[in-house]
Design a binder for this molecule. Sequence first.
Ligand code: MG
Length: 270
Amino acid sequence: MRRPVDGGGARSAADGGAAPPRGIVVRSAREIEQLREAGRIVAAVLDALGGAVEPGIETRDLDALAERLIRAAGAVPTFKGYHGFPGSICVSVNEAVVHGVPGARRLRPGDIVSCDVGATLGGYIGDGAGTFTVPPVSAESGRLLDVTRRALAAGIRAAMPGARVGDISHAVQTVVESEGFSVVRRYCGHGVGTSMHEEPQVPNYGEAGQGPLLRTGMVLAIEPMVNAGGDDVRVLRDRWTVVTRDGRPSAHFEHTVAIREAGPEILTAP
Ligand code: MG
């Protein structure tokens, strides 16, 4: 899950100074181990969801499966009850970008299904997402998933100590726009740790070399949300589900990533 960009939109240049940005938490090796354990649960749940996506299944069946696995692992579903969110996970189908509420919708051939999973274990949170397909999907949807996955990989590669948040943002945006797709600007990635949304914001667009400095021990949820058409989105009357305004499909991949001395470590990797 991600947060809306704060009222002011992108961060100002004032955040780009040399001092550690205020409010950004640096985690100890012990804390990163705890985040790794939470992340492993998220990865296992996403893997199971990928296997469960098939024609005829209802999105609430995916939610029930995820909740059962998260609780069986001794964790709790982070999203359940978050600002009143009714599900354990978000399930966003086709033109739904993020925050889809699980329900009675049945998956059909050609659907693409984004699942966003949060697990809290001993107070530490893992946050990850993936988009799955119900074959056969259109060539465009297939390419959308491929580009979004590659954008996430590029963003993660840029998450080096000494780089800046804008390097991640720029890497994501460059991959997406070079393929003719658009990044969603209204929602962004975020720091994650003992709260689901910590500083800094990690937008999916921006200038290289700008924004908060990345320091060893910072943990970020990097999460490109990519639209096949325009970047504009709106929220449905359920007050949660975010959809593309032009009705074209959207994909979402997310990993929780720790900035280590040697480089980025994916905490939600299988
Ligand atoms: Mg997130």
